[in-house]
Design a protein. Structure first.
Length: 443
């Protein structure tokens, strides 16, 4: 190993070596005390960051992303300063808090999220607990890829929108790649793109999240603007008409949006910075038996109304702040800042979790889940999963993919994950997957 390191050193130019020394000295200065500062006996000497005024240190930490904040807390004990408490573990009103904990609380409060007064039993200390909360909250807002039936949508490291795959499928989906149509091209020809390719009309926009169905796509910019493209039937694109869009077009009625979702039945949803939920698309969808079902928009429609052309606020949440939304086949799951789960729409196989097959037009809280703090939901075609703050996974609905091997009309804990907390969940149409906190993937 020594020989390999020496060989690597000699491969650097003098200029590169000088730059490396400057970088190394900068890191050393960041975590070691200046020569003039003497340490007290038995105490760790302060770092340069520790010597900054509190107000200035807060500004520095506020500009770090969550991952860097976590690394800083793990590297220097001063930034942790989290004294374990003994049961009953309430947070003392004047308990000293380190700068990282203070910054994490500020971020959660700014998002309108509630912070429990007592440390949960499964958590050992406040800093890692709050870090997990902030990172999970970011999952609602940042989805860098999405897939339809025959195409994929990506957000690269620079926030640029890229797509690949094919469109004009047998099911009727068109304009899903987001690229302008060549007027001289054969209109009946199958358009396809091999490798992920930049969407030209969006090259000046920084995208943070994407969502897709087999019919349409959504993209969310860092400015909170929502763009849609694809098949516009039944108002799925939110543009006051049923017209298709070959290239991404901004939905003018939406602003300050923080998360988006696209559903199998052409429905769409968005949550803004005030925690308001907006939905749009078809009001009903046909069933295999020849009837119709509600699609989970969350509000009543006149019997003659086929669709909601533009985003409409779900007024049932006027007393609640929604932090995340996910769309299944004909039904919707929404999570509030209090960790409660609401479901509405069609309830085939008991997908709503209310103990029956009855549809719910307006949002209804899943009562059997009260008393737990939920941070993620994952609906499929006829089943759903929900994840608690402690990593407990609950499933209900269709037996094929709810984790129980039998239909469940109400949420039940998935016993396969008892003893191994889950950190991520996702559902396909008739499949599910989960990633444990140890990084193991289950399907």
């Amino acid at each position: 190993m020594t020989a390999a390191c020496q060989a690597a050193v000699w491969s650097f130019s003098d200029e590169q070596a000088a730059e490396g020394l400057v970088f190394a000295d900068g890191l050393r200065a960041l975590f070691l005390p200046p020569p003039a500062v003497a340490s007290s006996a038995g105490q760790q000497p302060p770092t340069l960051l520790q010597l900054l005024p509190t107000d200035l240190l807060s500004i520095v930490l506020s500009h770090l992303d969550t991952s860097d904040l976590a690394r800083l807390a793990a590297t220097c004990r001063f930034f942790w300063r989290d004294v374990p408490t003994s049961p009953p573990r309430p947070m003392p009103l004047l308990r000293p808090m380190g700068p990282v904990e203070t910054e994490l609380r500020r971020r959660l409060t700014a998002r309108g999220l509630r912070i429990v007064p007592s440390l949960p039993k499964a958590a050992l200390s406040w800093v890692p607990y709050l870090l997990k909360r902030v990172l999970r909250d970011a999952l609602w807002r940042e989805a860098p890829l999405a897939a339809g039936d025959n195409f994929s949508v990506f957000v690269d490291e620079g926030g640029r929108l890229q797509t690949c795959g094919s469109e004009n499928t047998e099911d009727g989906g068109e304009f899903l790649l987001g690229h302008a149509v060549d007027p001289e091209a054969d209109p009946d020809a199958l358009r396809s793109i091999g490798p992920p390719t930049l969407v030209p009309s969006m090259q000046d926009k920084r995208i943070v999240s994407v969502a897709a169905s087999q019919w349409h796509c959504l993209a969310l910019s860092c400015d909170g603007e929502v763009y849609s493209w694809g098949d516009g039937d039944f108002g799925s694109l939110g543009h006051t008409d049923n017209g298709a869009r070959a290239v991404p077009s901004r939905i003018e009625s939406l602003s300050r949006v923080e998360s988006i979702a696209a559903g199998h039945d052409r429905t769409s949803a968005a949550v803004d910075g005030d925690g308001r939920l907006f939905t749009w698309g078809p009001a009903t969808a046909p069933t295999h038996s020849g009837g119709t079902m509600p699609t989970g928009l969350g509000y009543a429609h006149d019997s003659q109304t086929e669709s909601q052309l533009t985003p409409k606020w779900v007024e049932a949440f006027s007393e609640d702040r929604v932090v995340g939304v996910s769309l299944g086949r004909g039904f919707t799951l929404a999570v509030t800042d209090a960790g409660a789960i609401f479901s509405f729409g069609w309830s085939r196989h008991g997908a709503l979790g209310h103990g029956s097959f009855e549809a719910e037009v307006v949002p209804r809280r899943i009562e059997t889940l009260q008393g737990r703090q939920f941070v993620a939901v994952a609906p499929g075609s006829f089943h759903a999963l929900a994840l608690t703050e402690e990593g407990e996974l609950y499933g209900w609905g269709n037996a094929k993919s709810n984790g129980h091997g039998r239909d469940e009309l109400t949420p039940q804990r998935v016993t396969a994950f008892i003893g191994q907390p889950v950190k991520h969940v996702h559902s396909g149409g008739y499949s599910s997957c989960a990633v444990t906190e140890k990084g193991k993937l289950y399907t």
